[in-house]
Each structure stands twice: as structure tokens, then as C-alpha cells.
Write a protein that binds this ligand. Sequence first.
Ligand code: GLU
Length: 347
Amino acid sequence: MIGKASGAGKAAIMSRRPRIAVIGTGGTFAMQARHRFDWVEYSESGVILGIDHLLTTMGELAPHIDIVPIGFRALGSTGIVPADWLALSLLITSTIDQDPSLDGIVITHGTATLEETAWFLDLTLALDIPVIVTGAQRPANTEGSDACVNLRAALAAACAPALRGLGVLVVMDNVVLPARDATKVSSFELAAFEAPGFGPLARIDAQGQVALRRLPVRPAGRLPITDLAGVASLPRVDVVLSYAGADRIVIDALVAAGTRGIISAGLPPGRAGNGGRAALVDAVARGVIVVQSTRAARGTVPMQRFLSVDGILAGGDLSPQKLRIVLMLALTRASDPDVVQQMLLAY
Ligand code: GLU
């Protein structure tokens, strides 16, 4: 799948201006602040610009690139829901089908759920061109905003032949992270995203040059859960956080609400608190798929006896919120716990 940019194809790309689609979804990136230092409560303005309008306010960002703006949503990413992921993935696929000359895709997104959207797209898109998700920590009309800086870096990444075939990537603060591991680690710092334990794939310098230092590990070939054909909606899957003294009330309520899966974000190294464990076992008995994860930033939960005796699956090293997305997709294809277990650890 990486071959599109090699040999004659690469020469053809280099001999014309790159064309990059910029899909706007809203977020801090698109929010208008009320004053220069409105870095915290800027959403109080109630103004979120569409990507067309926003790009005109940003001036000449990258004159050597043909930017194709595509409006998708204009909302804070706290409002992004799984139906938006399905629609966005299909939009990207149809955009490429209709305009095969595009060299890359940039998605601008609020930072709150950016890592979840990026991971869903990584699992469901089959593209060899770069797909870059970026955002901002400060609105574009505030002092020291990272909005233009991040978009410029994302455009550079979207044009970079070295980043083709690497799946969906997150670009923030001039760092390139794989969607699988990228997570927001800071509320207000501009260096908001990291890949804990693994570090960035690449850095983007002041001239927009991409220095690739390592490759992400990707499953060989397409796996069944990545195919959205026939998937009209995603099943309900919830995350339950363990903490000292947590009881079973939340777990029982989720089972009563009809959840199909529960990710137990356990106490490191990856155990539910005593107060919730029996409720998880009861959930399994009611047909809910329960997966043990850990709330540790660099955690992993291998398959082990104390889980298998309770019928609970092992979550591996994905964060609880990323694991939830894999389980949602897995449940569109399978319900047998052994099959679901294999799918969870395949990614
Ligand atoms: N950073 C948020 C987002 O992900 C927006 C901030 C807010 O809603 O206050 O869109």
C-alpha cells in the first residue's frame, strides 16, 4: 500500500502543487475567543467558525499547497459521538474516491476527543496517503495561539512522502504521533499530546521538513473489524474507572441500560477494585463482554488466569478509551468472547 508515492508516481506528485483536503470539525481550533488572553473559557463566546471562513482568517499558510476545505462539523469535540466517527470515515473515503488527485488529508479537531477520532479513523480507513489529525490548545485569535502553527505542520506532514502508508497520524506542537498511542497529557500546555512510553515517530522543523525517526507497528493487511460495509451504527460500550472504594452501582446501572461491553479501567497493573469485581462477573453472566484494562499511562494487561476464570478478556496495552473503540468495532463482527479476544489483541 506504500507504493503510490514511489518511482514515477512520486515524480508526478513532486512536479505539481500538492493538493490537501482540510476537513473541519470544530474544536478550540475553530473557536473564537473574546479577548487576546482568553485561553481557558473561550467557548463562552459561542462562536465556532466553519473551516472555509476560518482558513480565510489565517492568511497564506502554505502558498505552495492547494488546500481543499471541506466542512464536516463545527462543534467542541466534547460533543463528538460515535455516529460522527462513522460519518467522518465514510466522508474521507468518498472524498478520495471522488478526487484521487489528493495527496493527503488533514482533519482539524478539538483536542478533547482528538485521540479517539484519530484511532477510529486509523482502524477503519484503508488509504496510503497521509491522514493527519490536528487541533489547537489556544483559539486562533488569542496570543501565542498554536492553531496556525499546528495546521501548517499538519499540511507539511500531509505532503510528506515519508509519512505515506503509516496510518492516521496526530500532529501537534511539531511532533508526529501514531493514532494508536497518541494521548492528551496536558490541559493547557501547547505540547499537549504524547505517546507515553514510545515517543514521537517524527518531528517537523521550522521549514516544514519532516524528520522520521521510527515506524509505527501496524497489523499486516486489513482485518475484518476495519470494514465499515453494512455498519449503520456502533454498539454501546462503556468504560468503568476503578478507584479505592468503588462499588458495583455504576456497573449494574450500565448492564441495566443494555451495554454490550464494559472496559474495566483497572487499578494498575490491571485489576478491578474488590467492590466492582463481582459486578463484572455478573455482567459476563448476562452476556456483556467485559475487558480488563488499566488506568496506568504505560500499562498492559496480558491474558492471565485470574481473568479467564471469570470470563473476562485481557485488554493488552491500549488505553481504556482506545480499547473501547476496538471493542465497539469487534462487536459489529463477532460476539464469541474467544474471537473478540483475538481481535482485541490484534491491534
Ligand atoms: N478543547 C475543546 C475541544 O476539544 C474545546 C474547549 C471547550 O469546549 O471549552 O473542542
